[in-house]
Design a protein around this ligand. Structure first.
Ligand SMILES: NC(=O)C1=CN([C@@H]2O[C@H](COP(=O)(O)OP(=O)(O)OC[C@H]3O[C@@H](n4cnc5c(N)ncnc54)[C@H](OP(=O)(O)O)[C@@H]3O)[C@@H](O)[C@H]2O)C=CC1
Ligand SMILES: CC(=O)N[C@@H](CCC(=O)OP(=O)(O)O)C(=O)O
Length: 343
């Protein structure tokens, strides 16, 4: 088969680096241009030392000319930068955006949470959600989900779709620091993060809230409400999310478990763990998997589901590669693993 020539914009960042780590193990891909912003002109090996086969490359500027001539272009750029770059790429090129620019379908929700004009929406890169897989096959433009929306949506989806809970959910999710990107920020200094856990974006203001709601609204006729609270915890990668919802009727843990197991029985990257085992981030690090478990708290009348994901893998780079595979008609799992890195 002809090899697929791929460029990565934002190659010096965390998302771009993870896309490249996975593409280096992909059987059908040749890696073309690597572009960035402030580090353009730097030796790539110094920017991403773990990507040894690319050590002799140079990071180039992100321009239409440099990105031209590739079959697939991944964008790992800050919010707001993708639209302009994508507009300069031909309709025949597959563009896979790891940023948020094209995720939301509602312009009002975009403007409220991102404070800029809405660029539009593209097919949403979560094959496991509703009819998304069909829309991703052959797609030329794909918006990869955010990391919190990935784990929150997949953790909540079976309960919402089956009407096990009222459509009024509480999501609390703890993320590692790579979720915030590689650019220097004071609150991400080692001395601020080590030995510390903190909440941020509390009170319905985090920009992933409308994305989670948009996803879950695909699964029920009722209007979904989500109260989302993110936490920053001292680990480089991973998110652990808990989703809590009020039961709509009598339900046992066994019955809830059966609903979750059935919902994901055919999904290669979603594992409902054996009953009694609870997700932990270290089991999914480096893998494209989401691990899930569910329980019913009968006294409190609540269903609690817990999910773990690697924010850089299934939460971004892995999902992006999975989407590329679908768009190009390749094996959906090519270049991806379900085996985590532990301890
Ligand atoms: N980190 C994560 O867990 C996740 C990230 N994402 C999304 O992926 C995207 C990238 O995030 P992340 O990798 O974490 O961020 P980083 O800060 O780690 O990387 C940003 C990248 O974009 C480049 N860049 C910055 N500004 C410009 C510009 N004006 N023009 C061209 N290139 C530019 C940087 O280049 P240089 O080094 O040269 O400055 C760098 O390569 C974001 O949209 C983010 O929301 C999505 C899900 C999860
Ligand atoms: C820990 C941390 O700061 N996380 C980021 C989420 C990053 C991400 O996945 O989402 P986007 O692709 O939408 O940027 C945050 O809370 O903004």
């Amino acid at each position: 088969m002809t090899r697929i020539n791929v460029a990565v914009a934002g190659a010096s960042g965390y998302a771009g680096g993870e896309v490249l780590r996975l593409l280096l193990g992909h059987p059908d891909v040749t890696i073309g241009a690597l572009t960035g912003g402030s580090n353009a002109g730097e030796n790539f090996g110094r920017l991403q030392p773990h990507l040894v086969p690319l050590a002799d490359r140079t990071l180039e500027a992100t321009t239409p000319e440099v990105l031209a001539g590739h079959d697939v272009v991944f964008l790992g750029l800050p919010h707001g930068a993708s639209a302009e770059v994508a507009a300069a790429l031909g309709d025949d090129v597959v563009v896979i955006d790891c940023g948020a620019d094209f995720r939301l379908t509602d312009p009002a929700a975009w403007e409220r949470f991102y404070g800029s004009p809405h660029a539009g929406s593209w097919p949403y890169g979560m094959p496991e959600l509703a009819a998304q897989r069909g829309q991703l096959r052959g797609a030329k433009r794909i918006a990869v989900p955010g990391c919190y929306p990935t784990v929150s949506t997949l953790t909540a989806a079976p309960a919402v779709a089956a009407g096990l809970v009222e459509p009024n959910l509480v999501v609390v999710a703890a993320s590692g620091t790579s979720g915030a990107g590689k650019a220097a920020k004071t609150n991400l200094l080692g001395s601020e993060v080590m030995g510390n856990a903190s909440a941020y974006g509390v009170g319905g203001v985090h920009r992933h809230t409308p994305e989670i709601i948009q996803n879950l609204n695909l699964l029920t006729e009722e209007k979904v409400r989500v109260s989302f609270t993110p936490l920053l915890v001292p680990m480089p990668r991973g998110i652990l999310a808990t989703v809590t919802g009020k039961l709509t009727g009598p339900l046992s843990t066994d019955e809830a478990y059966e609903v979750y197991s059935q919902a994901y029985a055919d999904e290669p990257f979603v594992t409902v763990l054996p009953q009694g085992m609870w997700p932990q981030t270290k089991s999914v690090l480096g893998s494209n998997s989401v691990h899930l478990q569910v329980a019913v708290d009968e006294e409190a009348g609540q269903l609690i589901a817990v999910g773990a994901v690697d924010n850089l893998a299934k939460g971004t780079g892995g999902a992006a590669v999975q989407c590329m595979n679908l768009a190009l008609g390749l094996d959906e799992s090519a270049g991806l693993t379900t085996i985590g890195l532990a301890p």
